[in-house]
Design a protein around this ligand. Structure first.
Ligand code: MF3
Ligand code: CO
Ligand code: CO
Length: 253
């Protein structure tokens, strides 16, 4: 999926990416208010599409390799790429990752968070908190001159120290005018290995952390990835730019 070329972005292009990232973060904040028992994942999708259009943007997922909706809504054992559905009604104790990618003036802002529906179980609360910390530790490992493997090592060490596992089948990715491009960013790995991290690189970090096994299965719809043991999975995602100074988070409101 995506292109094989690793594009380094100019300061001007990074500014465009920040505009898209800001809209993505604002969309996610807007949708968070809808996360309540009794709401369908389709209702969240419809609001996302309406809000995106109102702000002059396009939903990158819609029609992407045939994907049928505007956002991904991944509930409980769904790792990623959950498809919004009228029959899927949120209930107290669920966790839901909402992943949005508006395109603004040709550039993609890709971000996601996992939210609690009502009151979480202790294990759900711990998994979601650990997953957010995994993203933060991954971001802190991004250093110009460092290696891509530094990022996955930081994430894997912390997730496994907390008794959780790291999904292998889906990775972070370069993102610019193209949704998914080089470099790939595994959320597991070995410090000092992989490509060098360079100023001008723009990519996502989006760890998917599981309560049980890291193994994934794709459902018959061809998209929905679930945990093999049907235990919980959580995810957080930011789009980041590497500069000569360090790292900037582009998906902030
Ligand atoms: N936003 C997802 C990501 O983080 C990709 C969704 S692709 C789709 O890379 F087709 F499922 F929408
Ligand atoms: Co992404
Ligand atoms: Co995403």
């Amino acid at each position: 999926m995506g292109s094989d070329t690793l594009t380094l972005l100019s300061t001007r292009e990074i500014a465009k990416m920040r505009q898209a990232g800001k809209l993505a973060a604002e969309l996610l904040n807007h949708l968070e208010a809808m996360v309540k028992p009794g709401v369908s994942t389709l209702a969240i999708d419809e609001e996302a599409e309406k809000w995106t259009q109102k702000h002059g943007a396009k939903s990158a997922p819609l029609g992407y390799h045939g994907y049928p909706k505007s956002i991904c809504t991944s509930v409980n054992e769904v790792i990623c790429h959950g498809i919004p559905n009228a029959k899927q009604i949120l209930k107290d104790g669920d966790i839901i990752n909402i992943d949005v990618t508006p395109i603004v003036d040709g550039y993609h802002g890709d971000t996601s968070k996992t939210f609690f529906v009502g009151t979480p179980s202790p294990i759900a609360k711990k998994l979601v908190e650990v997953t957010e910390e995994c993203l933060n530790r991954g971001i802190a490992a991004v250093k110009p001159g460092g290696k891509i493997g530094d990022i996955g090592a930081a994430i894997q060490e912390y997730a496994e120290s907390q008794g959780f596992s790291v999904v292998r089948d889906f990775v972070g990715h370069g993102v610019n005018r193209i949704f998914h491009t080089e470099p790939q960013i595994p959320h597991y790995g070995i410090r000092g290995k992989g490509k060098r991290i360079r100023p001008g690189m723009v990519f996502t970090i989006e760890p998917m952390i599981n309560e049980g096994t890291w193994e994934a299965i794709i459902l018959k719809d061809g998209w929905t990835a679930v945990t093999k043991d049907r235990k919980l999975s959580a995810q957080f995602e930011h789009t980041l730019a590497v500069t000569s100074e360090g790292v900037q988070i582009l998906t902030l409101p």
